[in-house]
Design a protein around this ligand. Structure first.
Ligand SMILES: [Fe+2]
Length: 346
């Protein structure tokens, strides 16, 4: 049985991705994960007149533990990788994110759409062409900037030198050969130049530790020197958890500063996690995308072409911050202030 609403949402998503007759779409899944999505996508692609096939592979025994990224059960499965490269588009229900296999498939010109969120989030945050326009406008501004700085009344003041790394956009669909996106999402980011990120970050109650699915409860002060966190201070549980967690990787590169950007999804909810925190299928796309968050992160930079592939990755969407590109203010205390970037009514 295929859920009618699921089929309607997936068909609309594939239309945004411009799936059309003559194209071939591959669906990738691991074990029994998202089996209902795989079946619904098979039908949705067929309804649009394109060819479709489904590759189902075993799951890794330890797949998807918090912070473990870049290792997928696709590694070494040459026949499956070649089949995925032969498609115009891959719908990734497994989570290839950051892996060498994903980069190889993209390099073949295959566009990739990752779909991991539960159906109610796909519906709530369903993408729009208007969101894409705003995210791409923001990306143009970010590409030109030589410096990004973000601040907060709580004491954050962190400066990133820019231009060494590309800018990446996420607007929740993809119709461009070789481009990856995640359905649904709306944010953009880049990476500071190597050894050129300095200052202080003060995490405040309500900021989100995505890897823990947890809201910060007590202030944490991070000191950043030449692109690395050099001190984690705070009397509360969060500073202790962060110190212990990062140290557990026994990897100095775990302390590196990773991507930086801001959220632009006007229908994503900051409070999402508190209303769903006991449900294992819930993920973090509301947290990463909510409108006006400054998305600070630590750990790897391979997604943007860097060489740090540490397995310790912390995405930390922050509220009430201000963000500047060179001297132009983009976000003011959690509010996007550039008219071309503002959602209607915000
Ligand atoms: Fe991240």
């Amino acid at each position: 049985m295929i859920d009618a609403e699921m089929l309607r949402i997936f068909t609309a998503e594939l239309e945004l991705c411009k799936v059309k007759p003559g194209e071939t779409v591959a669906i990738l899944s691991a074990a029994t994960k998202k089996a209902d999505y795989a079946q619904a996508f098979l039908v949705a692609v067929q309804n649009l007149g394109a060819s479709v096939f489904h590759i189902n592979i075993p799951a890794l025994a330890s797949a998807n533990a918090a912070g473990v990224i870049g290792k997928t059960p696709l590694a070494g499965n040459r026949a499956a990788i070649e089949a995925l490269k032969s498609a115009d588009m891959v719908i990734d229900l497994m989570g290839m994110l950051f892996s060498a296999e994903q980069l190889e498939i993209q390099a073949a010109g295959t566009r990739i759409l990752m779909v991991m969120e539960p159906l109610h989030v796909l519906k709530q945050m369903f993408p729009s062409t208007e969101q894409r326009r705003r995210v791409e406008t923001g990306a143009e501004m970010l590409r030109k900037a030589r410096e990004l700085r973000f601040t907060s009344a709580a004491g954050t003041d962190l400066r990133y030198g820019l231009q060494q790394y590309p800018v990446m956009t996420q607007y929740g669909y993809t119709d461009t050969p070789g481009r990856w996106d995640h359905f649904p999402s709306a944010f953009l980011f880049t990476q500071g130049n190597d050894e050129d990120i300095d200052g202080t970050v003060v995490l405040m109650p309500g900021d989100i530790l995505c890897a823990f699915k947890r809201y910060i409860q007590a202030p944490v002060k991070l000191t950043v020197k030449r692109g690395y966190v050099t001190a984690i201070e705070g009397d509360g549980i969060d500073a202790a958890l962060l110190r212990d967690y990062i140290e557990s990787f026994r990897d100095p590169r775990a302390y590196a500063i990773s991507h930086i950007g801001w959220g632009m999804h006007e229908r994503a909810n900051w409070y999402h996690m508190i209303s769903t925190d006991k449900l294992p299928e819930e993920r973090v796309m509301n947290a990463l995308s909510f409108y006006g968050n400054v998305l600070f992160s630590t750990g790897p930079n391979t997604e943007l072409g860097g060489t740090n592939d540490t397995a310790c990755h912390l995405d930390i969407p922050m509220r009430n911050c201000s963000l500047f590109l060179d001297n132009q203010q983009i976000v003011d205390a959690g509010r996007i202030v550039v008219p071309e970037l503002q959602a209607a009514g915000r």
